[in-house]
Design a protein around this ligand. Structure first.
Ligand code: ADP
Ligand code: MG
Length: 292
């Protein structure tokens, strides 16, 4: 395509709220054969809410929620925000946390009221040899409803199961369908557990997904598809997504996401809607079709 036609294409995309960093990105977008979509904050709103608080021992709901929320004050994860907000909604006063530590892709730990607390996913509990078997079925049924179950342990003992739900953006299903209709292989990528990921993928009509992917492994999924011969688009919003966005043939950042993601991407979707992906690809294909 001529420099002039590329400029026109970049301008057209901008009118649709799709900011393309350079002409090369516009041209490569037309060749994308596979699109990897991060789940949390990209496909979903990224604003989870607590749906269930299930105490396991003799503590009540407010007491276990207070412990979890006190611990999560130290975390910036969207899941942590959901827990803290839920406690605030119930007018629960939070305490203080000592020795807070966040375990990437797994959860958090720290001391509250002289209890050693551990809060996070199934993998974390297994790693620390906390017995959760009696509650696995309940957790799986939460996950089957596209919710994310988390376990709270005090010392060696499980004391609660807490679930959150993160609603899918209202236009994600339509936007994903447009990509699939364009002949693009759509793959979902998440750190969340397999059962929750499966339920979300089903609601979206996505057949392929990578679940339980650690933050540092997200970019290797991009490489995996590239090795299969795909021209890979990657769409994400988080700090975790930055290396994958940089490695992808075209990286797309959600405009409402983190600055690091935006800086690592070639394209920014200002409106946060995934429709920007099919819009960008349409402009790109039209630009290369018209002038050759
Ligand atoms: P994602 O951004 O897709 O949720 P992460 O790698 O950040 O992926 O987290 C993976 C999983 O680790 C979460 O689904 C959750 O179960 C657990 N986890 C991570 N951070 C926290 C936290 N602050 N509190 C509780 N659980 C957490
Ligand atoms: Mg995300």
């Amino acid at each position: 395509a001529t420099p002039m036609s590329v400029m026109v294409g970049v301008g057209k995309a901008a009118e649709a709220g799709v900011l393309i960093r350079n002409g090369q990105a516009l041209q490569t977008a037309s060749k994308i054969t596979a699109m990897i979509l991060d789940k949390t904050g990209t496909i979903t709103e990224g604003a989870p809410r607590v749906t269930e608080v299930v105490p396991v021992g003799d503590m009540d709901e407010a007491s276990v929620l207070r412990l979890a929320a006190t611990l999560e004050q130290g975390s910036e994860h969207p899941l942590a925000q959901a827990i803290v907000e839920s406690a605030q909604d119930r007018d629960i006063e939070l305490g203080e946390v000592d020795g807070f530590n966040s375990i990437a892709g797994h959860g958090v730990e720290g001391r509250v009221d002289d209890c050693s607390l551990l809060f996070g996913n199934e993998k974390l509990m297994r790693d620390r040899e906390i017995s959760i078997d009696a509650y696995l079925e309940q957790a799986q049924s939460m996950a089957a409803q596209a919710r994310t179950p988390m376990y709270l342990a005090s010392g060696e003992r499980l004391i609660a199961l807490i679930a959150v739900a993160d609603p899918i953006k209202e236009d994600s299903v339509e936007a994903i369908k447009r990509l699939q209709n364009d002949g693009i292989r759509v793959v979902m990528l998440t750190g969340d557990n397999r059962d929750t990921a499966k339920a979300v993928a089903e609601q979206l009509g996505i057949e392929e997904f990578f679940a339980e992917v650690l933050p540092e492994d997200k970019s290797s999924k991009v490489a995996e598809l590239q090795q299969q011969g795909e021209i890979v688009g990657m769409t994400g919003d988080g700090i975790n997504d930055a290396p994958a966005l940089a490695l992808a043939d075209v990286g797309f950042a959600i405009g409402t996401g983190t600055d690091v993601a935006i800086e690592s991407a070639d394209v920014t979707l200002m409106r946060g809607s995934l429709h920007g992906l099919a819009d960008a690809i349409a402009v790109s294909r039209a630009t290369l079709r018209n002038i050759r």
